[in-house]
Design a protein around this ligand. Sequence first.
Ligand code: CMC
Length: 391
Amino acid sequence: QGYFTFDPGFMATGSCKSSITYIDGDQGVLLHRGYPIAQLATQASYLEVCYILLYGEAPTKAQYAEFERMVMRHTMVHEQIVYFFRGFRRDAHPMAIMCGVVGALSAFYHDALDINNEQHREICAFRLLSKMPTLAAMSYKYSVGQPFMHPRNGLSYAGNFLHMMFGVPTEEYKVNPIVERAMDRIFTLHADHEQNASTSTVRLAGSSGANPFACISAGIASLWGPAHGGANEACLKMLEEIGSVDRIPEFIEKAKDKNDPFRLMGFGHRVYKNHDPRAQVMRQTCHEVLEELQIKDPLLAVAMELERIALSDAYFIEKKLYPNVDFYSGIIMKAIGIPISMFTVIFAMSRTIGWIAHWNEMLSDPDQKIGRPRQLYIGASEREFTPLEQR
Ligand code: CMC
């Protein structure tokens, strides 16, 4: 059988070398190309962070302007893509639609694509970064039966997304700068997180030399699960189920009960056992947005009280279960009117740069190999097969 380490969940397996993102889970540190996440989230735009993740250095003003121009230039999708949308049920989950339509991009960008050519990989990055907000907004518009909105390249990345989400052809959509900034910050705080399940999926899929648009679709599928990107949606659904502040203790008890599979969604993290540095910035943004928009939503009151109780409860303190990034991002998105089913789609949009940066890094490595884990076989030992007619 040869030698290998049995490591279910890859708790102790380093799958690659990477110079993109550094995490120290015990200290609550997250650095992108060496830059602390809190500084990036508060002092840089999402597109600047994308540049940093992709190229490794902060851009000069001229480099940034060119990068922004290139990204905003590719925002439209091929008109044929509209037919893919029409094939879906109106009530299809937008993540299901995203798995399909992003994968479908591979049919438009395949024959002339040479993934061993650095410039071709760069163009793939531009295309994905540009088209993800368009596809994401289209998946929402389709579900509510409104016309697809064309992108507006003169707006910011976040502003354009909000325009395509909430704009209608009959009137000019005014982007609220507070909402725009919060949206941009949500994108930044989800941009990359080293070898999480979806990024590892993209790397594994890409390690065989597969089409990058198809690989990103695989990443979207992996992200969808409630233990990963689906947590922000699951968290808001949980808040709805709790419904009122007086029912919180009942749910806290359920979460602590070993015989009950219920978990507090939006709490805990595989790597961060001290605090999630993204959650700290997100928490601050969340409180700012709620205050500035003056939204009175009983669900938000439940969220704030749940946060307070869980942070002071011995079980959560002892098990180091803090609110994670998805707890606060869900509340912000709810406050700015984004439907719950779109939460994970927005996570996927934001993480696309991380996925593509890792895919690019992997293919730039001359020692790159196809990913091929081993297994511990626990099935039947060798035995004689009896043909069907004798059984
Ligand atoms: N509520 C109640 N108990 C919990 C929770 C929770 N949210 N999370 C972990 N625990 C308990 C768990 O029951 C276990 O208890 P015991 O030691 O008595 O068996 C202990 O804490 C350790 O849990 P684990 O499942 O072994 O830890 P993990 O590192 O494998 O899981 C996690 C991490 C994020 C999957 C888990 O904390 C969880 O399911 N959280 C809720 C889902 C969630 O919010 N996920 C988003 C993660 S952040 C976004 C992203 O990176 O995708």
